[in-house]
Ligand binder design. Structure first.
Ligand code: 5AD
Ligand code: SF4
Length: 362
């Protein structure tokens, strides 16, 4: 089908999405123009901050792509002290970010679960309930999700990584702890326990095809997801997947594919929240700006105390690990403006998709 006709459709078939993902030259310009138009018409040009706290790099899992995998003995492990979490949350509150993301390696022992619940309550107290909190702590039981929800978390990010079960099994160990089915179940439990639900995928993985990515987009749409964080796969030399780096697209093409994914998803889901992710910036200094221009509306400034930053290396060449908060915030604000967007402070920036979804349920 003719490219411009596809762009103006309201429903997209997988074949259409593959065609959009393959766009080059003038067609690619058309895709980006359309995505920008859809973004501005539906959610405007505001960009919301989520202050990011990388709480702990201790992880019970062993994903083949990630530097935090328990089998990686080259990093030293840390967990932030309570005071450090509270201080970082205080920065987000004082600076009027409106919201926080607490991310961690995956653990499901009682002590960890209770600690997160306690921290959530401390954050709720310090901000008088005025900060929205997103958790990103992997697969947990319904009881744990419920406990954390009641303790003050409103949003949860759990990436499906890839919606293709075969590819999922290629990039994870083949055991119960790394089950695709359980990941799906966890997404359902998050929905059931009342979170704004976020997911996402890695783009440009070894063995991944454009059909896989088209299916990822349809997965996100069909699961009626509220928020998305997706970005390029970036190799990490201390992980097993590094062996397949010869199969990867060059970095600029991997980034381009990620920006295309953002643009196309904005066409499919005009009202969701979508992050311009750090992995995009890792592949190109202006990677996040490109994403903001064509569809993203969320950025996560890192508030992790500097001394821990080199412990949270999911992939090689992660940027800003030595930069103080103040100067990185100034640069970030400029990037946002350069992308033609406006920084929104003092606003929760809830996903409009979520608000509409919830109001439909009543
Ligand atoms: N490249 C890009 N993203 C990665 N993640 C982990 N390792 C990598 C990598 N090598 C992402 C995954 C995971 C999140 C914590 O970080 O999507 O969900
Ligand atoms: Fe752990 Fe998440 Fe990394 Fe997997 S992707 S090793 S669960 S931190």
């Amino acid at each position: 089908m003719e490219f411009s006709k596809i762009l103006n459709k309201s429903e997209f078939l997988k074949a259409n999405l593959v065609q959009l993902l393959a766009a080059e030259g003038e067609e690619l310009d058309l895709l980006y123009e359309k995505a920008t138009e859809v973004k501005l018409a539906n959610i405007g040009n505001k960009v919301y901050y989520r202050g990011l706290i990388e709480y702990s790099n201790i992880c019970a899992k062993n994903c083949f792509y990630c530097g935090l995998r328990c089998g990686n003995t080259t990093i030293s492990r840390y967990t932030l002290k309570d005071e450090e979490v509270v201080e970082a949350a205080g920065i987000a509150f004082e600076k009027n970010f409106g919201s926080l993301v607490i991310q961690s390696g995956e653990r499901s022992d009682r002590k960890f679960i209770q600690k997160i619940a306690d921290l959530l309550k401390q954050i709720r107290d310090l901000s008088e309930g005025k900060l929205r909190v997103t958790l990103s702590m992997g697969e947990q039981t319904e009881e744990t999700y419920q406990l954390w929800r009641e303790s003050g978390a409103q949003r949860y990010l759990l990436r499906i990584e890839t919606s293709n079960p075969e590819l999922y099994h290629k990039i994870h160990p083949n055991d119960e702890l790394h089950s695709y089915e359980n990941r799906l179940l966890s997404l359902e439990l998050l929905r059931k326990t009342g979170y704004q639900v976020g997911t996402g995928v890695m783009i440009g993985l070894p063995f991944q095809t454009l059909e896989d990515l088209a299916t990822d987009l349809l997965f996100i749409k069909n699961h009626d997801i509220d928020m998305v964080g997706m970005g390029p796969y970036v190799e990490n030399e201390n992980t097993p997947l590094y062996e397949f780096r010869h199969l990867l697209l060059p970095k600029e093409k991997r980034l381009e594919l990620s920006i295309k994914m953002v643009a196309i998803l904005r066409l499919l889901m005009p009202k969701i929240n979508m992050a311009a992710t750090t992995a995009m910036q890792t592949l190109h200094p202006k990677g996040r700006e490109m994403a903001l221009k064509v569809g993203a509306n969320v950025i996560m400034p890192n508030l992790t105390p500097l001394k821990y930053r080199d412990g949270y290396l999911l992939y090689d060449n992660k940027p800003n690990i030595h930069e103080e908060t103040e100067s990185s915030l100034q640069r970030l604000k400029k990037s946002i403006e350069d992308a033609g967007c406006e920084l929104a402070l003092g606003d929760w920036g809830d996903s409009q998709h979520f608000s509409e979804r919830v109001s439909k349920d009543f």
